[in-house]
Write a protein that binds this ligand. Structure first.
Ligand code: ATP
Length: 513
């Protein structure tokens, strides 16, 4: 565990030191759970967004994008259920004065039971080798059965209590399980209360005519209220999707863990409108398709898992998370939700405007059902960044820090380095940059010995270093060094564009899906 905490600390400090992420308004000691993306972070973030947009919008004939405003008519949030139900159950520890999400405390407890069961399974696997039958073991080993059924029982009881707003029972559960403050060990808890996560603000100049507004807590509603506008003007036929990326705001109760849980963050969402009754087919389709998108980045299949929800949100009839193995364990990265016709019906009711679609094939009007995919851009950033940061020991015993980013996402694709600052080498390096910059983000670096420059680019995740030396002047060749293998090849300058493109083009990466 200590090792994992160290790894996470390294991630946070590397992100700052190398110009990826800074605390917001740091000169005033920062603002809790708000961060700024710096010169390299903004490029990585943009590349992740583009990678998503391309796979969702450009690659699907029946998906189009929009960019709705952050402010929306306040009735939107009444209709969506956010005013009444976008709450988290919070609990305070009376001794430490720390505030927690009651459901998270319970889920963490359940996860510990799960881990105990997994440990038993791994032990047995090692003992029995080839002959090990996991399914049989899980259903017969008394300890594993006990751990897993206890876990299930706890989560089901919590889901029931939250569903029925029985907050006293949520507290009772915490007390029965003897859950302690993770920081101090104290079990002196307050009652559980609901806390609305939306940020409010005002629109208008004078106090009496000002209108209460909310900063949107999700981008999805901007899609729902535009559903018919897009369908009609784009002549879209069900099934079709509307995609959007943009900021969302939540007054999170517990906002630790760096950019994993922020108060201002960015979502990449797609709402897919389908015929009623066909939603489960598309729900399964999008679960699988979204997982493939994640896997195409090559961060390791073992780092992803599905988590099917026990407790469904008020609008859903099925929901699953794609969880990622973050430095602090498996946590939600993306949600896939079958939202039924809840949102469109609610907006129809609150606005008095019809939100129905006429299906010419069926010759029938209906309110489409919706399957949503929703991934946090910042969480995606954290997944990619933390998974890529490696400390490596090289053959000669020295170490290097390397950010093995998927090259398609790397902020800078190549750095061009003149071996020395004289003899016309910088001029040739500049010429190479002039040519490459039309297609790629490239950097020029002439400071320090070339080995130090390589290390600097490794730490920034730059896939290629191109070194211009005296031989270049004679035969128009350079060395190209690969970040991951550190292999160096001598190639012609005119070949550079093709070599880089092959490695970083979205086409080649998305084709792996
Ligand atoms: P959690 O259970 O972690 O609070 P959620 O289930 O409320 O997340 P959704 O409402 O499904 O999240 O939002 C979709 C996605 O938006 C999440 O999978 C996550 O990647 C991202 N997201 C949600 N809240 C935050 C946040 N506070 N900071 C960063 N990303 C977030």
């Amino acid at each position: 565990m200590a090792k994992q905490e160290d790894l996470f600390k390294n991630v946070v400090s590397h992100a700052k030191e190398y110009g990826f992420i800074f605390p917001s308004s740091e000169v005033y000691d920062g603002l809790s759970a708000v961060y700024d993306y710096a010169q390299n972070g903004v490029e990585l973030k943009k590349n992740i967004r583009d990678y998503w947009w391309k796979s969702m919008v450009q690659m699907h004939e029946n998906i189009v994008g929009i960019d709705a405003a952050i402010f929306m008519h306040p009735t939107t949030w009444k209709a969506s259920g956010h005013v009444d139900a976008f709450n988290d159950p919070l609990i305070d520890n009376k001794d430490s004065k720390k505030r927690y999400r009651a459901d998270v405390l319970i889920e963490d407890y359940a996860e510990k039971l799960n881990q105990k069961a997994q440990k038993e399974i791994e032990k047995a696997r090692a003992r029995y080798g080839e002959a090990f039958n996991e399914q049989e073991f899980v259903s017969t080993n008394t300890r594993v059965v006990e751990y897993l059924s206890k876990k299930k029982e706890i989560l089901e009881r919590m889901a029931r209590s939250l569903e029925t707003e029985n907050l006293a029972d949520v507290k009772a559960l915490i007390e029965e399980l003897e859950i302690a403050d993770p920081d101090t060990g104290s079990k002196n808890w307050t009652d559980v209360r609901q806390f609305n996560l939306m940020f409010g603000t005002k629109l208008g100049a004078s106090a009496d005519s000002a209108m209460d507004l909310y900063l949107r807590p999700e981008t999805a509603q901007g899609i729902f209220v535009n559903f018919l506008n897009v369908q009609k003007t784009g002549r879209m036929k069900v099934p079709f999707g509307i995609a959007q990326t943009g900021k969302a705001f939540r007054n999170e109760i517990v906002a630790r863990q760096f950019i994993f849980r922020m108060r201002e963050f960015e979502q990449m969402e797609m709402q897919f409108f389908v015929r009623p009754g066909e939603e489960m087919k598309y729900y399964e389709y999008w679960k699988e398709t979204r997982l493939k998108w994640h896997l195409s980045l090559g961060l390791g299949k073992e780092n992803y898992r599905f988590h099917d929800h026990e407790k469904l949100a008020h609008y859903a009839n099925a929901a699953a998370d794609i969880e990622f193995n973050f430095p602090f364990g498996f946590k939600e990265l993306e949600g896939i939700h079958s939202r039924t016709d809840f949102d469109l019906k609610a907006h129809e009711q609150h606005s008095g405007k019809k939100m129905q679609y006429f299906d010419t094939e069926l010759n029938q009007n209906y309110t489409p059902y919706v399957v949503e995919t929703s991934v946090g851009l910042d969480r995606m950033f954290l997944a990619v960044f933390s998974n890529s940061l490696k400390e490596e020991t090289l053959e000669d015993g020295s170490t290097r820090t390397v950010l093995r980013l998927p090259s398609v996402l790397a902020p800078t694709k190549a750095a061009v380095l003149p071996l020395v600052k004289k003899d016309g080498l910088p001029e040739v390096a500049r010429q190479i940059i002039e040519d490459l910059k039309w297609d790629f983000n490239v950097a020029y670096d002439e400071k320090d010995a070339v080995g130090r420059r390589y290390r600097r680019q490794d730490a920034l995740g730059t896939p290629f270093c191109i070194t211009v030396d005296h031989q270049t002047l004679e035969d128009q060749t350079v060395t190209i060094r690969h970040r991951d293998s550190m292999q160096q090849d001598r190639v012609k300058i005119e070949e550079l564009r093709g070599i880089i493109n092959k490695e970083v083009s979205m086409r080649n990466w998305l084709m792996k899906m």
